[in-house]
Design a protein around this ligand. Structure first.
Ligand code: DX5
Ligand code: ZN
Length: 213
């Protein structure tokens, strides 16, 4: 299992230090939550802060857009060369076009599904994606409890993924801890995002290791 700690739960007064700590602690990706106060009822960070994160990080960035105007934000973050940019299917009229745009920058495109959105909604996009992110909380905040319908959903997505594009990773975001990571692994999940579990742990390297099942 790959682990992407979400810096939403980091100490923003010591952001570079916290990013260095999770990278040295063995994480696989650094998950960056971008919220615009419109698509979700919370507001986080823009390119100035994400640039500082990119400078401090020795692991690739995984940028999760929770915004209304995806194209504008893709253009804003592309110069920072994250490994992945993911956008919500619920907020995009032309997802295929946006996937092509993200790829044209040399960035891996990913799509996010909210808890209610069925995996079949992206069946005809799967062949063009590097990752699908399943939300296991309602997007907007760290520290919420895990919605367990994501488990049968991940299993359904895995069946589609194995058939259509075996290279496409399955990521789960929200309420992940050492209590549910093995169940996620068994359902076919490849990457977990974990914010509060990693950053509230007294030993963050140990927390990361406990998720790498
Ligand atoms: C929620 C964000 C998550 C969040 C996860 O909208 O997408 O990445 O930071 O936090 P935890 O792991 O605390 O649920
Ligand atoms: Zn996220």
């Amino acid at each position: 299992m790959q682990v992407a700690p979400s810096i939403l739960s980091a100490d923003f007064g010591n952001l570079a230090r916290d990013v260095q700590e999770i990278c040295e602690g063995g994480c696989d990706l650094v998950h960056v939550d971008v919220m615009d106060g419109h698509f979700v009822p919370n507001l986080t960070i823009g390119p100035v802060v994400v640039e500082a994160v990119a400078k401090a990080a020795t692991k690739p960035l995984d940028v999760h857009l929770m915004v209304e105007n995806n194209t504008f934000f893709v253009e804003l973050f592309a110069p920072l060369k994250p490994e992945y940019i993911s956008f919500h299917i619920e907020e995009e009229k032309h997802p295929h076009r946006l996937i092509q745009k993200i790829r044209s920058y040399g960035i891996k495109p990913a799509i996010v599904l909210n808890p209610h959105t069925p995996p079949e909604s992206i069946e005809f996009l799967l062949q063009d994606l590097d990752m699908v992110l399943l939300m296991s909380v309602n997007p907007g905040f760290g520290g919420q409890s895990f919605i367990d319908t994501v488990i049968p959903k991940a299993a359904r997505l895995k069946e589609m993924r194995d058939r259509i594009n075996p290279n496409c990773l399955i990521e789960v975001d929200g309420g992940v801890s050492d209590k549910n990571v093995q169940t996620l692994k068994d359902a076919g999940v490849d990457v977990v995002v974990a914010g509060s579990y990693v950053f509230k742990h007294e030993n963050r390297a140990e927390a990361i290791k406990s998720l790498q099942v």
